[in-house]
Design a protein around this ligand. Structure first.
Ligand SMILES: [Zn+2]
Length: 205
């Protein structure tokens, strides 16, 4: 049901992504990857997050407390934001243009359905940090999204998710590979009834 909306922008991108993830799979250590550089800083702009500004900060801080190779910080004057957060009346979703860059939407539909706003915020930041949706149904997983149900209030990444993000930002080489792979739109927290008919969207590959 969710898969229909997961539309890769091009087949070529999919191939690049597969190569990027394959490289990661072969090189990413099981534990948090030690960084040879200072943590990469990603600036986010929450000025369009309306009533969710504090929730956006919470989602960012939850990641900051669990990963070391990248940190999310509110954008300051004169600095270009890597990530823009926008509140709207749709479903939560993320549009990544490269690893660590893009925008995500704090969709009110899922909030009104009862999904935890901090969990949504942390989940969407997870996409910007290079994680895909993994609908495991486990509340301990952040990227399980709506599959964990509205009773799930966990807004922190699992150790595995944090380790993957550390690996994503462990080196310039890995980041470059992922940067080419992350042009993608993620549909998150949508209920089956919200999914448009398959015929209305491009074929999923
Ligand atoms: Zn998602």
């Amino acid at each position: 049901m969710f898969g229909r909306r997961r539309t890769w922008l091009s087949v070529g991108m999919l191939a690049v992504a597969a190569a990027g993830f394959a490289q990661l799979a072969g090189t990413a250590p099981a534990a948090a990857a030690p960084s040879t550089n200072a943590a990469r800083i990603l600036y986010y702009d929450a000025s369009r997050a309306a009533e969710f500004v504090n929730v956006v900060h919470q989602g960012a801080n939850n990641w900051n407390s669990r990963v070391t190779n990248v940190q999310l910080r509110p954008v300051t004057a004169g600095v270009r934001a890597n990530i823009t957060v926008i509140a709207d009346n749709g479903w939560p979703r993320a549009i990544t243009t490269s690893l660590g860059n893009g925008r995500w939407y704090m969709g009110r539909v899922a909030v009104n359905d009862g999904h935890s706003p901090p969990r949504i915020a942390a989940h969407e930041f997870g996409h910007l940090l290079g994680l895909p949706d993994r609908r495991t149904g486990l509340c301990t997983d952040l990227m399980s999204g709506a599959s964990a149900g509205t009773s799930c209030r966990n807004a922190f990444p699992s150790a595995t998710e944090a380790s993957r993000v550390n690996a994503n930002f462990a080196s310039a080489t890995t980041s470059a590979a992922l940067a080419a792979a992350q042009v993608h739109e993620w549909e998150c927290f949508a209920s089956p009834t919200a999914i448009v008919p398959a015929a209305a969207v491009p074929a999923h590959r």
